[in-house]
Design a protein around this ligand. Sequence first.
Ligand SMILES: [Zn+2]
Ligand SMILES: [Zn+2]
Length: 353
Amino acid sequence: MAKGVGAVGAVRHRATTMHVPVFLGEGQLDYRDRPIPEISAADDVLVQIEACGICGTDLNILAVPAAHKATPGIIIGHEGVGIVAELGPAVKGLQVGDRVVIANRLTCGKCAYCRRGLDNQCTDYQTIGTTIDGAFAPYLRAPARALWRIDPAVPRDDAALFEPLACAVGAVKRAPFQVGDNVAIIGAGPMGLLFALLYRALGAGKVILLDVAPYRLHFAEEIGMDAAIDVTRVDAPAEVKQLTGLGADIVVDAVGNQIDQAIRLARRGGQVILFGLRAHDNPPVNQYTITRYDLTLHGAFVGLHPFAQTIQLLESRRVQPSILVTHRLPLAELARGVELMRTQQAMKVLIEM
Ligand SMILES: [Zn+2]
Ligand SMILES: [Zn+2]
């Protein structure tokens, strides 16, 4: 399993360059030879990447015009899983040969929000795969605090979904959940389906997906969700009410501009988790519905300290997110993988190194 990782002494014999896709700005991705990174800080870790998932964020970075900022000249990719190849002298708790996954936001630990424990609101962070080199590469150098060791018994492709699953875990933590709660999720892409898998594992009643794309709705049904509603064809609030009796106890907007639909799907006294991010959309919302029916809305951004629990969840095998992986492509075909996801011919694409 830990192929390519031998004795520490063997590290010197490997190649010194790697051929990697580099983000050049405005939707441009081109392959360049880059030196394999070396340990430079005492807490650096060199990871031999096994696989890295393509995220919606990567699609947004590569869109024209870009829908998510990234620094030109960097290697993108943040949903990586790999094997520790080399350690800086100050690293504790990791060993060469360990399998690790990446928590890609490097918060500063010093700003007013970090000091309040709200480090998902850090105002001075770096992000692996957005502002600094990421994991669509054979090797990644990262500070030890960005890496989480995971039991090698967890299949590689489940581990590869650690980061998006952690975002869902962080969001689910925000809304008090009761066993048996009916959950409606708007958006049956990879994130929406991760929420669905998570709520199923938590003991939800019905888990209902809503989308406009037939491929996604079909996928949700195929993996056993209770209902997949095509919002272009039916009155979604009426349908959810019929399926649940009162409306959903919990609604997740995994899209980012569906607040008005979300509040109509919730039962009186229900909760809405606003997870998707669309910076430039300003959807109108019927505020009366929120007040009159005692709804609770939770904004949920990437999650606060979800990582340890997400590792435990993956190691328990009770959520096996690799069910969402439809394509595995070599690094040379990253652009094709992005296109497959953009055109919704793929659910989740993994790039294998
Ligand atoms: Zn991601
Ligand atoms: Zn900070």
